[in-house]
Design a protein around this ligand. Structure first.
Ligand code: ADP
Length: 389
């Protein structure tokens, strides 16, 4: 039987024009193809390790199907409060933390319908008074369903970390997760191999419990960064059960050191990513003629009329997916077409609603940059722009 839960607490509308993520620098999803691989353990310890180094960190437990963060942070009994229509996160180990688990009153299993679950999580993201954060870590529900996909698109993720265990079966599902993020252009920050060999606390010998290709091989195969391995360590289970994350105390155990190394690898990766081509525009908007003006921090800039954009619509109704040929009959596009509305899609694209009601094209930033470069070249060839008076 499907049990459908709703929560009155999360039914508040956000304040107009205010986003809970406005002052959040990096939004990082921690994902896995399946449950039980240690995604929540990694999210919690990573968040606490980053905070221990002085960063401002938030942690959202979006794992509605098995919220385990309140337990791992020793916050099972802490109630969320609403101040000025904003949910106040709970502060634990210097991490601002909110869990979908805090909204579920009983311990019964909850089957959330995907649209409701996604709506709740997005409300959570936008309604929480996160304040200024260097990192917001989102512990995603396991799998690659609608909830994960919508969040990947709507939560403006900086990137995703994929957690896997070393054996082949887990690697197969991890690949599925990778593909999902790649489809929606969310950068994969790296792969973490959890439960990666057991280190004997007496003799230090490492025993590989799970056989298989390993996260490192997956990273090599997919040409993605490998962020490191977390060993199978009984003190990790203990710390999860007791509500004291391993990275919160003296980082002496092998496990704690591995999480600290993971936090360092992540920071390094984020620095590298920031150096690559700036995909997100530094500014964009419609000018008084209704044209899109868009520019990037490295000086690339373009100005496109609604007509330019409409005839270049990349959606499946306008471009044949197999041949890449345009099937849109441009003669049918009114010359005086206008943009009625524009919206961001994650951190990678814009979407427009035109006055002919067409709204299915996702204009990726990389494509808009190419259009801007082509426009500049055309202008250089035809000399300075002449304006009619
Ligand atoms: P997920 O979020 O992927 O469902 P959890 O983080 O809840 O997985 O971890 C599942 C169980 O495995 C928990 O009991 C946790 O303490 C344990 N666990 C996770 N990582 C490790 C590890 N590296 N060593 C030992 N136990 C671990």
């Amino acid at each position: 039987m499907e049990i459908f839960k709703d929560s009155k607490q999360a039914q508040i509308e956000p304040e107009a024009g205010v986003s809970g993520l406005d002052a959040v620098k990096q939004v990082i999803a921690v994902a896995s193809g399946k449950g039980g691989v240690g995604k929540s353990t990694v999210s919690t310890n990573l968040a606490v390790a980053l905070a221990a180094e002085g960063a401002k960190v938030g942690l959202l437990d979006a794992d509605i199907y098995g919220p385990s963060q309140p337990g791992m942070l020793g916050a099972q009994r802490t109630q969320l409060h609403i101040v000025n229509e904003r949910l106040q996160p709970i502060s634990k180990y210097d991490v601002k933390f909110v869990s979908m688990g805090s909204l579920i009153a009983d311990d019964g299993p909850v089957v959330w319908r995907a649209p409701m679950a996604t709506k709740m999580i997005m409300q959570f993201l936008n309604l929480v008074n996160w304040g200024e954060l260097d990192y917001l870590i989102i512990d995603l529900p396991p799998g690659t369903g609608d909830v994960q996909l919508t969040l990947a698109q709507q939560a403006s993720l900086t990137g995703a970390i994929i957690v896997t265990t070393p054996q082949n079966v887990a690697l197969g599902v991890a690949k599925k997760g990778l593909r999902m993020f790649q489809q929606v252009n969310v950068p994969i920050l790296g792969i973490v191999e959890n439960m990666s060999g057991f280190t004997c606390s007496h003799c230090g010998e490492v025993t590989q419990i799970f056989l298989g290709g390993g996260g490192k091989e997956l990273a090599e195969e997919t040409e993605l960064p490998y962020l490191g391995a977390i060993p199978l360590d009984p003190s990790i289970v203990e710390s999860g059960e007791s509500g004291h994350p391993l990275t919160s105390g003296k980082a002496e155990s092998v496990g704690a050191k591995a999480f600290i190394a993971l936090a360092a690898a992540l920071k390094e990766r984020l620095k590298e990513q920031a150096k690559s081509e700036p995909l997100e525009p530094s500014s964009y908007g419609l000018n008084d003629k209704g044209d899109l003006e868009i520019s990037w921090s490295d000086g690339v800039a373009g100005r496109f009329t609604a007509y330019d954009l409409r005839v270049n619509c990349p959606c499946a109704a306008c471009i044949d997916e197999d041949s890449g040929r345009r099937v849109l009959d441009v003669k049918k596009v009114p010359l005086d077409i206008k943009i009625n509305r524009h919206d961001k899609v994650g951190r990678y694209a814009l979407v427009f609603e035109f006055s002919d009601h067409h709204d299915t094209g996702i204009y990726r930033y990389d494509r808009l940059r190419e259009m801007a470069a082509a426009q500049k070249e055309k202008q250089a060839q035809s000399g300075p722009e002449s304006f009619e008076v």
